[in-house]
Design a protein around this ligand. Structure first.
Ligand code: SAJ
Length: 422
């Protein structure tokens, strides 16, 4: 089987590689010239455990190639970004660009599979673009299995950092525009998926992806709200959660500096923007999680103020922010609350903020531009205010026994203030 994967990012590249490692002939297509040339050299442009070796081997074998141009294939998979536009609506323009790129090479019997996280109805919208571009072909429609081109929506549910394992082992939802499309898509994923392949229609599959991430967002919002309540009531929230979780039917997640990444901080909005009058809980959870970085910054301001009250000159106070990525032990800075907190603090306390991030070799340019310095943990531990933002393994291992009374620790993760939770 010849498979074309459009979008060679955090999902597209591992997926393309997995197909190539299981006997398919794969072409990865991307608009990013650097990504294409890096992959064709057998290397990778992102960090994901176990991906580099597999890419090296499938490129050497010739079963994975990358290109900026579409070619004929049996199956076309789309794994491009769907960022926000306007009032938290999904921007489907990358999907449209991919579809228009391969529409000219589509042939009878092909299947088109959308993987990108999308609002309900996006697969039907994509179908509209395809139909317009190729009026000579009959595309899948809800009421008939007779068609030239099959169309399905099949979201991924892999966790960054465990993508290679989860791609194979996770159950997967296969939403066909019609029954035959779902069956064909199921056969495509059967190439490497060991988990169950659960067949439904495209709209339910779209909503299911959004639902899973909204569920997690709501649960994290509960933990984040508890952290604010506990702070006011002088209770250690991590101890509280640990105790409450001993109840056989309670499983509270962990509070943090906010929710980041390109999935949980984004996808619930696609539900809200479609049904704003109904999605009240989902909307509130987003607001609680998005509000947490502001609360962390107010805690830092409070710490600075208390040092000033003790006679320190505000200009001499140094702030160390530990962690920049959106979650532990990865290099991904997308929608990262820690990055936003660090940037805003550096704007406010110019030249006084340093950052420790073991998973990057250089700071993003905008942080450097506002005077943030990338330092090691040893130097950061000499700061006046230490803001622990990410549960990186390096930080867990370096938990200080005791900090001098002149230093203030703001631990948004609990790994230093309540290490038993981990
Ligand atoms: N977080 C907390 N407290 C927690 C758990 C997470 O504050 O107890 C924060 C993290 O620090 C991070 C954010 O939430 O900032 C999201 O991290 P995550 O590990 O929960 O999820 P993602 O975004 O890496 O991956 C999610 C997963 N979805 C679910 O678990 C329902 C993954 O399976 C999806 O494939 C992925 O979104 C996606 O691509 O949609």
């Amino acid at each position: 089987m010849k498979i074309s994967v459009f979008g060679l990012g955090y999902i597209g590249l591992p997926t393309a590689t997995m197909f190539a490692a299981h006997g398919a002939e794969v072409l990865g297509v991307d608009v990013n010239e650097y990504a294409v040339s890096t992959i064709n050299q057998g290397k990778i442009h992102i960090i994901e455990p176990d991906l580099a070796d597999l890419v090296k081997s499938v490129v050497a074998k010739g079963s994975l190639r990358a290109s900026m141009e579409a070619e004929k294939a049996d199956a076309f998979l789309i794994a491009v970004p769907t960022p926000f536009m306007g009032e938290h609506e999904a921007d489907l323009s990358y999907i449209k660009a991919a579809v228009l790129a391969f529409a000219p090479v589509l042939e009878k019997g092909n299947i088109v599979i959308l993987e990108s996280t999308s609002p309900v109805g996006a697969t039907e919208t994509m179908l509209g673009w395809l139909t317009e571009k190729r009026p000579d072909l009959i595309f899948a429609s809800e009421n008939s299995d007779e068609c030239d081109i099959y169309v399905a929506y099949c979201p991924e549910r892999v966790l960054p950092g465990q993508v290679m394992h989860e791609l194979i082992e996770n159950d997967r939802i296969i939403g066909g525009i019609n029954k035959k499309s779902a069956e064909m898509a199921r056969d495509v994923y059967r190439i490497f998926v060991k988990g169950e392949l659960l067949v439904t229609n495209a709209r339910t599959a779209e909503m299911s992806k959004l639902t899973e991430n909204a569920f997690r967002d709501v649960n994290i919002a509960f933990a984040n709200e508890l952290s604010l309540i506990c702070d006011r009531l002088n209770i250690n929230v991590w101890e509280l959660i640990k105790l409450a979780n001993h109840h056989p039917r309670v499983n509270i997640l962990q509070p943090g500096p906010g929710v980041g990444g390109h999935c949980i901080a984004v996808d619930p909005w696609f539900i809200v923007s479609k049904t704003p009058d109904l999605a009240k809980l989902v909307n509130t959870a987003r607001l609680i999680n998005d509000g947490k970085p502001e609360w962390v910054k107010s805690r830092v301001r409070g710490a600075v103020l208390s040092l000033v009250k003790n006679g320190r000159d505000v200009k001499d106070i140094r702030i160390a922010c530990l962690g920049l990525t959106f979650k532990p032990d990865i290099d991904d800075l997308r929608e990262s609350p820690s990055l936003h907190i660090t940037r805003d603090l550096a704007d406010e306390f110019s030249g006084q903020v340093m950052s420790v991030e073991p998973n990057v070799t250089a700071l993003p340019h905008d942080l450097e531009g506002i005077g943030v310095r990338l330092v090691d943990l040893k130097e950061a531990m000499t700061a006046d205010v230490i803001v622990l933002l990410v549960r990186h393994k390096e930080f867990r291992a370096a938990r200080p026994d005791i900090l001098p009374s002149s230093q203030i620790l703001i631990d948004t993760t609990g790994i230093w203030t309540h290490p038993q939770q981990c």
